[in-house]
Design a protein around this ligand. Structure first.
Ligand code: SAM
Ligand code: SF4
Length: 502
């Protein structure tokens, strides 16, 4: 149980973190792309939207185009319940058009909770004495990956780190390599993590280039809040994280470094949710404008209670379940091509509801957020090792069964990334709906693998029905030659071959 002490050596490390030239180069006339007054002015200007205007905006979403901030402000101001029904319906259609009935699952892997920052809302903040601090060794990281890939059946992780010299970019690189090196025998084949996404502090272009070389998946950094004043208040002065623009432009740096996929997010509850949705849309626009690539995914964590973190109880902008669903719907409509991630921070009943509304594309399961929690045998009640409390601790097997009962196929496909279908290429494919075919075929193949390797008999039974339906639909959509190839790969997977894809 300890604070994180800032020794003179760590202080020196902190002082060298921010490279101003890697911030200023992206700014326009010394200004960042979030103008707080302009956001409020737009929200105000569209206060009473005309139903015709709302319907025009919905048509634009259906053509899978990024909405402008003004159009987003129109949706954010809708009050009429009937119009809201139309918005939910359209959002569902958008998801179906771009991602069909697929859901992607993943798990977070926390590697270290040492942190030099002092974010008021986070259990890992350096002044929090009640947290047990720990950084996994590379061997321990491998053991975690073995459980995730060999026992649970995950193929995709988001690896999470505090900001500290003990978990710097070199350590992140070593952990990514370690995770990819793990290969575990399973019931009918072998398990492996095929995509390692990273949630870590903002990094420099050189560091991001290094991570690109070892195969980083998506680089995910949440701005937490786009509101400048609130940002400064919750990230105390003197910490690295206090620097708003160093964080705001980290995705720009990643894209410049050649990392293809970047992910945005807001920690909802720090400031007004409508303002934050506008911030996300402005962010997407700036990435599109400067790199021609929008966010690969957007996350929308809400503030969760954390050990010894009174800030959370006092937070003024907590988002109700009703508003939470609305903001997800608007994100679906405003950035129609992006993946939307709903995590196990939320309780099972709410996740079930949101997933059944057809708004999101990715979710986690069998989630543990304690350091070393997958391979250690400690209980999730031991809050002092966690960053915050989880709302849904169901297993991957249970979540997949429920998804299948709702008609979703869980896709473990990571082929697109390895065939270069990333960045601007995937964006074009997503926007035109052409990604759908590759994804549909690979979803069938990877779901087959998972059912054979990890499913309980009950999950398998429901899963088989989903696969059957997918085969029927696919037959109508692809040429006989492609269908033949699908059958061939499918049979080979049934015979124990793994990682076959289109
Ligand atoms: N240290 C890195 C950073 O801050 O970007 C990455 C790890 S940090 C643990 C990952 C995310 O956890 C943060 O971006 C924040 O949005 C989220 N988080 C922190 N405290 C939280 C809380 N009390 N409830 C929900 N999410 C929280
Ligand atoms: Fe550290 Fe990230 Fe938590 Fe802030 S949110 S205290 S930077 S781990």
């Amino acid at each position: 149980m300890a604070k994180v002490y800032i020794t003179p050596k760590i202080k020196e490390w902190i002082e060298k973190r921010i490279k101003e030239d890697e911030v200023i180069r992206y700014m326009d006339n010394g200004k960042d792309f979030i103008n707080d007054d302009e956001i409020w002015e737009k929200l105000e200007r569209h206060k009473n939207p005309d139903p015709k205007q709302v319907r025009d905006v919905l048509q634009k979403s259906l053509s899978i185009e990024l909405l402008t901030p003004d159009e987003t402000a129109v949706l954010l101001n809708v009050k009429d319940p009937e119009l809201w029904e139309e918005m939910f319906e359209t959002a569902k259609m958008v998801k179906k058009k771009v991602y069909d009935n697929r859901i992607v699952t993943f798990a977070p892997l926390y590697c270290g909770n040492l942190c030099v920052n002092n974010c008021l809302y986070c259990g890992f903040r350096r002044d929090n004495e009640v947290i047990k601090r720990r950084v996994l060794t590379i061997e321990e990281v491998k053991r975690e990956a073995e459980v995730l890939a060999g026992e649970i059946g995950h193929k995709r992780l988001i690896v999470v780190y505090g900001e500290h010299p003990a978990t710097d970019a070199n350590y992140i690189r070593d952990t990514i390599e370690a995770i990819y090196s793990v290969k575990v025998k399973t019931r009918n084949g072998y398990g492996q993590i095929r995509r390692v996404n990273v949630n870590a502090a903002p990094m420099s272009i050189d560091e991001l280039k290094m991570l690109k070389e070892v195969g980083i998946g998506t680089y995910q950094v949440f701005q937490e809040t786009y509101h400048h004043k609130t940002y400064a208040e919750v990230h105390p002065k003197g910490t690295i994280k206090h620097h708003y623009q160093w964080r705001l432009y980290c995705h720009h740096r990643a894209l410049e470094a050649g990392v293809d996929d970047v992910a945005l997010g807001v920690l909802f509850g720090l400031y007004d949710w409508r303002f934050e949705v506008m911030g996300l849309v402005y962010h997407a626009w700036d990435l599109e404008k400067k790199f021609g690539i929008g966010p690969h995914t957007i996350s929308f964590p809400r503030l969760e209670p954390a050990a010894n973190t009174p800030f959370i109880q006092e937070a003024k902008y907590k988002v109700s379940d009703e508003d939470f669903i609305k903001l997800i719907c608007i994100l679906r409509l405003a950035v129609p091509y992006t993946g939307l991630i709903l995590t196990a921070r939320e309780p099972a009943h709410l996740r079930r509801k949101i997933i059944s509304m057809g708004l999101i594309t990715q979710t986690d399961a069998s989630t543990k957020i304690g350091i070393g929690a997958y391979s250690d045998r400690y209980t999730e009640q031991e809050l002092e090792r966690q960053q915050f409390e989880l709302g849904d601790t169901r297993s991957l097997n249970e979540v997949i069964r429920e998804l299948a009962e709702m008609g979703y196929i869980t896709s473990f496909c990571t082929a697109g990334y390895r065939c270069g279908r990333t960045g601007d290429k995937i964006m074009t494919l997503l926007k035109t709906g052409r990604e759908a075919i590759f994804c549909k075929l690979n979803a069938i193949l990877t779901f087959r693998e998972w059912l054979d390797d990890f499913a309980s008999p009950e999950t398998k039974a429901v899963g088989e029905k989903v696969i059957q339906k997918e085969f029927e639909e696919t037959k109508e959509m692809v040429s006989p030659k492609v269908y033949e190839r699908l059958l061939e790969l499918y049979r080979r997977i049934q015979n124990g071959e793994r990682d076959l894809y289109f």
